[in-house]
Write a protein that binds this ligand. Structure first.
Ligand code: F6P
Length: 329
């Protein structure tokens, strides 16, 4: 174990949308920090808890038996108050009162945007851990919760395919992803969807209509169209309505999977990813690193500036787009 810097107290928090595997990350942070000889505090409800002085001491036994649980034992929130200078000042004063010397922030782009502003105003080292089902951060091959969420979607769509086939129906299935189509694209390939609509690719109802017409000619009377919630078509209900407007042949149904995608026990991949990221985040603090996000790329721990993680967004793999088209004929 490398020891470069003495930090006596660190705090960890989860913020933004929860993601399966966040608990495994909290456990790893707590146990690694204890191994390094530090005391650990958990902040409840993300930045809100920092502002309202909601800190709990976390010992090793406090994180026993949480590895396999979805959600976050520390609770989460999207704090409006932390967006204000006064909110951040209160948060900093509370950190000082507890003599917290460094922070581990688990969350997505909103969490890291807050962390970055905070780090620029106050002298406190922060390491970010990517925790969001959306996988929309640059610098890590995957974010915590992404794999579990996709497995949940695949299970749901497999079920929908049974009923779609029995009734010759076309299902429009909306999956999460406000700004990103990663969940939609990957689950679409994994379930053999007839169409995948994502924010990164412009959707034209006409293209979809042509695909559906060709399918009908081939005798395909049921199917699945996956729509990422952030797609420019306006969501699954809207696209289903538009398709019906121009072609009423199909018997359509809409299913919005919603927050079901955020819950449940984390997959093996997410437990492992979260454990590794939690461990490396704490090691980074003890190595004197600051204002970075830890990620895993090509099976190795890497560090990218928080600013880069938020701004550069992971890109959709064009090979997957082509593959989806070819395999869905
Ligand atoms: O960022 C994760 C996410 O699940 C997005 O996919 C979704 O758009 C959003 O959170 C939903 O947020 P909320 O839980 O606040 O409704």
């Amino acid at each position: 174990m490398t020891k470069a810097k003495k930090i006596k107290k660190i705090a960890v928090f989860t913020s933004g949308g929860d993601a399966p595997g966040m608990n495994a990350a909290i456990r790893a942070v707590v146990r690694t920090a204890i191994t390094y000889g530090a005391e650990v505090y958990g902040v409840l409800r993300g930045y809100d808890g920092m502002i309202y002085n909601d800190f709990v001491r976390l010992e090793s036994h406090d994180v026993s038996n949480i590895l396999q649980r979805g959600g976050t034992i520390l609770k989460s929130a999207r704090s409006m108050e932390f967006k204000t200078k006064e909110g951040r000042k209160k948060a900093y004063e509370n950190l000082q009162e507890h003599e917290i010397e460094a922070l581990v922030a688990i969350g997505g782009d909103g969490t890291f945007t807050g962390a970055q502003i905070f780090a620029s105003e106050y002298n406190i080292p922060i390491i970010g851990i990517p925790g969001t089902i959306d996988n929309d951060l640059y610098g890590s091959d995957a974010t915590i919760g992404y794999d579990t969420a996709m497995n949940t979607v695949v299970e749901a769509i497999d079920r929908l395919k049974d009923t779609a086939d029995s009734h010759n129906r076309l299902f429009f299935v909306e999956v999460m992803g406000r700004d990103a189509g990663f969940i939609a694209l990957n689950t679409g390939i994994a379930t053999g969807a007839e169409g995948i609509l994502i924010p990164e690719v412009e959707t034209t109802v006409n293209d979809l209509k042509i695909t559906l017409k060709t399918n009908l000619k081939k005798g395909k009377t049921s199917g699945i169209i996956i729509v990422a919630e952030g797609d420019d078509s306006g969501g699954a209900y809207e696209i289903a309505r538009k398709v019906k407007e121009i072609d009423n042949t199909y018997n359509t149904r809409v299913t919005v999977l919603g927050h079901v995608q955020r819950g449940g026990a984390p997959s093996l991949a997410d437990r492992l990813l979260a454990s590794r990221l939690g461990f490396h985040a704490v090691e980074a603090l003890f190595l004197g690193k600051n204002n970075l996000m830890v990620g895993i790329q090509n099976n190795k721990a890497v560090y990218v500036p928080l600013e880069k993680a938020i701004k550069e967004n992971s890109e959709i793999n064009p090979e997957l787009l082509r593959l989806a088209r070819v395999l869905s004929i």
